[in-house]
Design a binder for this molecule. Sequence first.
Ligand code: NAD
Ligand code: TYD
Length: 357
Amino acid sequence: MSRRLLVTGGAGFIGSNFVQHWCQNYPEDRVVVLDALTYAGNRSNLATLEGKENFRFVEGDICDRAIVDELLASEKIDTIAHFAAESHVDRSILGPSAFVQTNVVGTLNLLEAFRQHWVNNSYPDSYRFLHVSTDEVYGSLAPEDPAFSETTPYAPNSPYSASKAGSDHLVRAYFHTYSLPTMITNCSNNYGPYQFPEKLIPLMCINTLMGKQLPVYGDGKNVRDWLYVGDHCTALDVVIHRGTPGETYNIGGNNEVENINLVQMLCQLMDELATDLPVRPSNQLITFVKDRLGHDRRYAINATKMKTQLDWSPSVTIEQGLRLTVAWYLSHQDWWQPLLSEEYQAYYNQVYTQTAS
Ligand code: NAD
Ligand code: TYD
């Protein structure tokens, strides 16, 4: 069957990759993007789709019930893919309120609107609400702990992860209370094209090109699991098509790496692929800086359920994915240069004013 999707946050990093994936693979489906275009949203991420008949972009806030109601009804939406969020831990430490507003209140607003729409249309079996969440809701692991599974208790440690945990609980409650066909995915750190410059991997690529310090928090031994964004999109695709309402799916890349090792890998790739670096070898730019407050030590994902129940596994290795990503940032300076705005510089100065540790 063909679907009619409302993609919230579709102008952000993962959302725009997902929209491109969906429009390429399912041209018979309708895709409507609802995005407030915050600092992290960028309409040019969807430039190749503008003007296509099956695609529509709407600028608006997920907290605005009137806009959401109108879109669900007029576009006859049967599927919500919910990406819209405040997504950066460091920003959540500077100002948590926006995180609660968008991630918790905004998600509740979408759930209520979708429930009403589902009731109005006599509870169609085909309706789906996919809530895109994070592994950070599970908290921090010690080195020998087993990876997070779908039954790991929630223990969020940052305002960001706490707000995502709150939204996950609401989504779960709407399935149990109202039987609304919701599904939750909890995914590890994504990387790839169109990621906003302040996140670790683009920040390191861009700072290397500019000959700026590469700021590594604390001792650099925090561990993240990294998933290429294209693999996340195929995972969400199978969850929408074959996932079971009421279920949670953990999505990961089987790529646990210490931050310092990841930055060293990026430096090697930059040295190899960039022609005109101001400082070479670029790892001379690595600088250990004061740690992030409450910095989670390790995340790891057990994605066995995605493999055994939905036959999904990641296809891109970390070496392949980082090479693709570095090459993309090198060939898309016109995309990221305009994002290094005054607002970005102000944010940057606020986070990185501390002297090297
Ligand atoms: P992002 O910050 O790049 O994009 C978020 C998008 O949401 C932006 O386009 C922004 O304009 C939009 N938005 C923010 N507030 C809004 C509002 N009130 N109304 C409408 N639109 C709004 O984020 P991302 O990295 O693409 O993450 C997308 C989702 O995936 C988030 O829910 C995040 O929690 C989750 N996630 C991200 C990662 C990761 O590594 N980036 C990993 C796992 C899960
Ligand atoms: P980030 O991309 O912010 O993702 P998250 O905190 O959601 O995992 O950061 C990834 C890791 O890199 C995290 O352990 C914090 C660390 N980090 C640095 O060491 N330096 C930096 O400048 C940034 C942005 C992150």
